[in-house]
Design a binder for this molecule. Structure first.
Ligand code: ADP
Ligand code: ZN
Ligand code: ZN
Length: 740
């Protein structure tokens, strides 16, 4: 019997050996079903070793081999192995998380056939005789089948209609063998793009495209262009040229950037098959997209973070829109950064990667300064749109109405009277973030997180935005018993209420996670906005990106002061990006746009620089500051996090890790490795878990990687060993984005 080494999706860095029965054959990359304790699991074969570390008698046998050949392309296999090593993640978790759920659960990886609805002779008769006249929908469905059979999963007519027709024996199921057709072949004589929808590039755009087209093989480009400068048009034209060469294209977009509008723009431009991958795509569609890309049936995949792991038969270009967006970093499981991995992947494939943003990350700007990325600048808005005017409102000098200054209210009035729309941005849902006792200052807090509960007036509940627990609104102070409880601070609900009273003649659309929780709600609000039924738009960051509102001429950031004094060194960068993104919602069409920002700190250097000199100047300044302080991107970080119901246990685990690195520093003569902590996380308690951190930092990525590898290979103190203490949850975040 042969031995196979299998990677499983378990939080352990090791592999598991099994025996392969003589009647089975496997290759590296193939899925196998194996016994694991009392369970069955699906794993990936990573090696066929001559010998096992365990005696053969102790090895169990593989139960089933699920694939004839690897489910990974050689390129993806290489990338995922690299990533597991770089992010110090178990290879099994990495490999399995890269597969669609259906494949993780053991479904077949090859599309063999699909089921179709076909018209029966009885059905044809029924149509002729007109006996279905009263059942209009059923008749329509039958009529459609006279043209061609329809796929069973097709929802055009609905499941109920089909089953009714089946019961009457008017239709029957038919299996159709699938032979993958290359997308180019399916295109036939059609061109890849619809030329009539192509825009004539302006001079800046044309120069940018020329530069991009000149590139052969790998290069990382940063398309640094103000909002509305026509970056998307450049993506589209570069994609067109790539498709003309017969190559496929991957487009990565942020989670909330994948709006129907975005997808529509791609669909409207190209004749080629396009698949979209985002959180609302179901498992079947996901598997199909996976199969279609791999067999070259589709030409373009547009998707969020994990679409990077789609297997392509011949990938020619990667585009990353809004490259600065935090959602490209995975925040649980194995914590990869899709943008960074995409660059590694492009290099490996020797193809170009194009990253676009109006507010590039400081990491990417630094990579430009280091000569690793090539910058392409678009400084002007394309088409008709003009630059927006911006202004600070000093709240210290203003009369206020529930968080809104009189100056802002006047501006709103002026814009609304002209028939334009107004957008108010406030990143806080609910009615008020705090409920407190007027007599003694007691605050209603979440007992699981020790943080204030948000007051939700509409749902009549106090809710914790950190652990989602909720409780009734208290009638009395928890300390002194007083019934005089008051809210403080401003949430979107309250803003809506205030504006309804102030501007009763205008429609208001409030868009946040609460108001759009029900399916279809978001779409209906957006359609109200586009039809002009709502003139006042209130939104959290859900509204900041990806949407085009041509009639919005005034954008207001209602409250940004909390971001000005954050402990997170990235907070200023995020605020600057948010400001520019939100401002970009104003005046996207022919109309002059205006942006106002309410603050108690109009002289804050960040705000001054941003408003007067723009994002680039802000970014330059901030980069210099990061360099002086030795912070990323001028150093690399790795963050160990521990959480437990017992605070001391979590701290203890991290202390052992810290001890390892103190010794390592001395042994390897690396005095510049910084070991920060063990310390409580800024967010020290969440959902009854106490959270601790240990941060490693070094100016050299290689040396930090070396330290982490030595730690993982250390026999007594590594993550596998420490995780044996089941009471503590430990994880490691390489290049952390979120230090909370
Ligand atoms: P970005 O992606 O940089 O925000 P878009 O590509 O969405 O910019 O373009 C902004 C607007 O300008 C869109 O309405 C687009 O149709 C228009 N536009 C882009 N390029 C041109 C061009 N060359 N000529 C005319 N209009 C353009
Ligand atoms: Zn009280
Ligand atoms: Zn909580």
């Amino acid at each position: 019997m042969k031995i196979v080494r299998v990677a499983l999706a378990v939080p352990l860095m090791r592999f598991f050996d099994y025996l392969l029965p003589l009647d089975m054959a496997v290759d590296v990359g193939v899925r196998v079903q194996v016994p694991f304790g009392p369970q069955k699991r699906i794993g990936i074969v990573v090696a066929l070793p001559e010998q096992s570390d365990l005696p053969v008698e102790q090895l169990k046998a593989v139960q089933a081999v699920l694939d004839e050949q690897s489910v990974f392309t050689p390129e993806l296999w290489h990338l995922l192995n690299w990533a597991a090593n770089y992010y110090q993640a178990p290879l099994g978790e990495v490999l399995l998380s890269a597969l669609p759920t259906k494949l993780r659960n053991g479904e077949s990886a090859v599309q063999k056939s699909k089921t179709l609805w076909n018209l029966t002779a009885l059905g044809a008769q029924a149509l002729q005789s007109g006996e279905l006249k009263k059942a209009k929908k059923q008749q329509d469905a039958l009529q459609a089948l006279t043209i061609s059979p329809l796929e069973k999963g097709n929802n055009e007519f609905g499941v109920a209609i089909w089953s009714a027709l089946k019961a009457k024996q008017f239709i029957e199921e038919q299996e159709q063998i699938i032979t993958p057709i290359h997308w180019q072949e399916a295109l036939g004589e059609l061109p890849v793009a619809k030329a009539e929808n192509r825009l004539k590039l302006n001079q800046q755009q044309a120069l940018a495209l020329t530069k991009l087209l000149f590139q052969q093989g790998f290069a990382a480009f940063l398309l640094d262009g103000v909002t509305g400068s026509g970056k998307t048009e450049i993506y589209l034209q570069l994609i067109e040229e790539t498709l003309k060469k017969g190559k496929q294209v991957l487009v990565l977009v942020p989670e909330i950037g994948l709006t129907p509008q975005t997808v529509q723009r791609f669909m409207a431009r190209f004749n080629v098959p396009i698949d979209v991958l985002h959180s609302n795509v179901n498992d079947t569609q996901r598997l199909q997209a996976w199969q279609r890309a791999r067999t070259a049936q589709s030409a373009v995949i547009i998707g969020t973070r994990s679409a990077l792991f789609t297997p392509f038969s011949d990938l020619g270009l990667i585009v990353i829109d809004e490259e600065h967006d935090a959602s490209f970093k995975q925040q649980d499981g194995w914590r990869y950064h899709a943008r960074d991995l995409a660059v590694v992947y492009a290099k490996q494939l020797d193809i170009p990667v194009l990253m676009g943003s109006a507010t590039p990350s400081l990491e990417s700007l630094n990579n430009v300064q280091q000569g690793k990325y090539q910058a392409i600048l678009l400084s002007k808005r394309a088409g008709q749109a003009q630059a927006v005017q911006s202004q600070l409102i000093d709240l210290k000098t203003q009369n206020m109405v529930n968080g809104l200054s009189v100056a802002l209210l006047k501006k709103m009035e002026a814009h609304l009277q002209k028939g334009n729309q107004v957008l108010l941005f406030l990143n806080r849902r609910g009615f008020a973030p705090v409920l407190l006792c007027h007599e003694c200052g007691w605050i209603a807090t979440c007992s699981h997180c020790d943080k204030p509960l948000t007051y939700h007036q509409q749902q009549r509940v106090m809710r914790c935005h950190h652990c989602s627990s909720q409780r009734p609104i208290p009638r009395q102070c928890g300390d002194c018993g007083s019934t005089h409880l008051v809210t403080t601070g401003l949430g979107t609900e309250q803003l809506e209420q205030t504006l309804q009273e102030r501007f009763p003649q205008y429609g208001i659309a409030r868009i946040d996670r609460d108001s759009t929780a029900r399916k279809g709600k978001l779409e209906s609000y957006l359609s109200d906005i586009h039809q002009g039924k709502s003139q006042i738009l209130i939104g959290t960051q859900m509204l900041a990106k990806g949407h085009h509102f041509p009639d919005v001429t005034l954008v207001a950031l209602v409250n940004v002061d909390s971001s000005l004094f954050s402990v997170d060194f990235r907070a200023e960068e995020r605020l600057a990006q948010l400001y520019v993104q939100v401002a970009g919602r104003a005046g996207r069409a022919e109309k002059q746009g205006e942006v106002v920002l309410q603050t108690h700190y109009p002289d804050h250097p960040l705000l001054q620089r941003l408003l007067h000199d723009g994002y680039a100047a802000f970014a330059n300044e901030t980069l210099k500051m990061r360099q002086t302080m030795g912070l990323p991107p001028f150093s690399s970080q790795a963050l160990f996090k521990a959480q437990s119901r017992q605070s001391a246990e979590a701290e203890q685990s991290l202390s052992q890790i810290a001890e390892f690195f103190y010794q390592w520093k001395v042994a390897k003569n690396q005095p510049h490795l910084q070991i920060l902590g063990v310390m409580p996380a800024p967010f020290a308690k969440k959902a009854d878990q106490y959270r601790w951190q240990l941060l490693l930092q070094h100016s050299s990525r290689q040396i930090l990687q070396h330290a982490l590898r030595d730690f993982q290979h250390h026999s007594a103190c590594n993550l596998d060993e420490l995780r044996k203490n089941g009471k503590v949850r430990l994880n490691l975040d390489v290049d952390p984005q979120d230090l909370s």
